[in-house]
Design a protein around this ligand. Sequence first.
Ligand code: NAP
Length: 436
Amino acid sequence: MTVRVAIVGSGPSGFYTADALLRSGADVEIDVIDRLPSPFGLIRAGVAPDHQKTKNVSRAYEKTALNDKVTYYGNVDVGADISIEQLKELYEAVVIAIGSPYDRKLGVPGEDKKGVFGSADFVGWYNGHPDFRDLEPDLNTKAIVVIGNGNVAVDCARVLVKTPDEMSTTDLATHAAEAIHASSLEDVYMVGRRGPIEAKFTNVELREMGELQNCTPIIDAAQIPEDVPEDMEMSDRDRRLKDRNLATLRGFVDAEHGGRERRVHFQFFASPVEVLGGDTVEGIRLEKTEVRDGRAVGTGETYDIPCGIVIPAIGYQGQSLEGVPFDEWNGVIKNDEGRVSDGVYAVGWIRRGPTGVIGTNKHDGDRAAEQINEDCSDSGKAGGDGLRALLDGKGVRYIDYAEWQQIDDAEKSAAPDGAPRQKLTRIPEMLAVLNG
Ligand code: NAP
């Protein structure tokens, strides 16, 4: 008695769900569907290109994809090529694992000027995501301001200031490498609306900023608190992590410039109030803040940073899907511990919002598998046969896992010396590998 499961999205939460279903021993047929020909979601298009070790997790996903009970359908746009309603007719269970692809908005005047790129777009651009291939940020500027103090902000800043040599062992997309390395950029400002204690970046990521070939971290010592106040509520582990961040930042205070050409300025206690310029960004106005009861409160005092690009890296939000209830406020699919409606489940960032590390999604996958095993039984639905018939009828060129492996091989064979791959960044280029 087979339960047919469609998983929409092939990122970490999608693959952890497939893996959990397989491990549960249930009799399942799992179809993993992705809008792009390439699988793995944020592992390919979100994790920074110089964090290759983190990307190794895709080997485990590949093992899952190669299981006999799993079939991959790449280049299928759920919402355009097939609806959730249609998937519900074909599968006993539909799992939505589409992540949080959109940037949260700053909500300040000037945010729509040319030269403001949300981190989802900017990260997608340097990672060769086809949607952002033609973003073309004009990096002919001396200064870039990154808003936010999370790990995505650190990723953006670091990728902008690393040298060609430092990036030579990465899969930074070629178009981005050319633009970044030809750039006249000198200063990147990382602006946090609260202080170093409240910053969300982790210590490994922060320390990397002090170990760069051609970039010096700059920080005003007066912005670094002596220690984490005793009366501040947090776990011992968090306290240790915060202490480490403070120590790292203190180490930056007297960082030797040593002729390095680029600088990353850590500026805390500053909240954006306006993006300045005409049609194009010329600067950003920030209001100095104080942290009161954990919140950033404006002091009324402002200052400007002239810059040519602003990258708000202030968190992501999800995308609604027709036929699925959506919580606009939180940018997630409405769900009860993952259950959305009869036979429909949500996992990962689209279920709980854009927080946590890759492994956090494992728990979502385990729970979805349990729920599916509890709720669903064979009702004789058409599953993959029905999906293929529908897609064939519409002329959709879906690709299977073996075809993805051909694209993968083509990227690896084209890699410059020392690099893991040279990414194909347009869908027709990927499909051409299969037709050629
Ligand atoms: P994040 O960790 O939530 O950080 C968002 C940052 O934006 C915070 O500093 C936040 O400040 C700030 N912010 C939000 N709204 C703002 C506003 N209106 N004005 C100014 N600042 C604002 O989000 P993220 O960096 O996008 O990361 C998403 C998740 O992916 C996180 O869990 C992260 O750890 C993970 N990730 C991990 C890695 C890694 O492990 N290497 C790499 C990338 C991403 P407040 O704190 O004041 O709200």
